[in-house]
Design a protein around this ligand. Structure first.
Ligand code: AP5
Length: 216
């Protein structure tokens, strides 16, 4: 199955995507994680991407397209993928449709995780990531064990003013994809993401029930 997780920055796409990947046995393709890996490794792509990411702007479409195309060609992605933080605008949505078409695949479902803006700012300022496992925590809502707490890091783009700018970019560039996918005929599910992580996960799995069991 090929599934898109839509939602504002901090809505919980990464958190839900990781749980779904485990449950459905397909990889999560998160362009934000891939870009942060490239930044950490100091590749040319990472250096180019970093200035956009630190400013809360979208990285140019051609950089993202090349990265996703390469990732989709890897063996673990032949049976489907969970797209987290991608596509981010109409051009990316169209190129994803074309890429999947070349592989005789198409989007099976879109899940939009909806969270009010004030909750989002609180989530992102409390977010911490484990650099060893990539696991994402929240200091209050999803606290780490004492064992990992000291090595957790905060994302550079989780400062409040950058978060607010990312939300603005989301409203302008990404939110129109809700109408785009609703009009496309692909099964579209809107989920209230302002609830405990387990409840959100349960609802997504329920909604995907048929698709998840019938599509490889
Ligand atoms: P990206 O990494 O994709 O960031 P984002 O979309 O802004 O989303 P986040 O990762 O911030 O949030 P999330 O929805 O995954 O929430 P999470 O699960 O972590 O992109 C970063 C940057 O990279 C972009 O600004 C752009 O520059 C670039 N980029 C990436 N993709 C691109 C693309 N396709 N095109 C162009 N540029 C691109 O949860 C957030 C926090 O809340 C965590 O602490 C978590 O523990 C907590 N939490 C989660 N769920 C709940 C819950 N139900 N209740 C309480 N707390 C919760």
């Amino acid at each position: 199955m090929d599934l898109i997780l839509l939602g504002a920055p901090g809505a919980g796409k990464g958190t839900q995507g990781a749980l779904l990947a485990e449950k459905l046995g397909i990889p999560k393709i998160a362009t934000g994680d891939m870009l942060r890996d490239a930044v950490r490794q100091g590749t040319a792509l990472g250096l180019e991407a970093k200035r956009f990411m630190d400013a809360g702007e979208l990285v140019p479409d051609e950089v993202i397209l090349g990265m996703v195309r390469e990732r989709l060609s890897q063996a673990d992605a032949v049976g489907g993928a969970i797209f987290d933080g991608y596509p981010r605008n109409a051009a990316q949505a169209e190129s994803l449709g074309r890429m999947l078409g070349e592989l005789d695949r198409s989007i099976d479902a879109v899940v939009s995780i909806d969270v009010p803006e004030d909750a989002i700012v609180e989530r992102m300022t409390g977010r911490r990531t484990d650099p060893e496992t990539g696991r994402v925590y929240h200091l209050v809502h999803n606290p780490p064990s004492a064992e990992v707490r000291d090595r957790l890091v905060q994302r550079d783009d989780d400062r409040e003013e950058t978060v607010r700018h990312r939300l603005q970019v989301y409203r302008t560039a990404t939110e129109p994809l809700v109408a785009y996918y609703r009009a496309s005929g692909v099964p579209f599910y809107a989920v209230d993401g302002d609830r405990p992580i387990e409840q959100v996960q349960e609802e997504i799995l329920d909604l995907l029930g048929n698709d998840a069991s019938t599509t490889p």
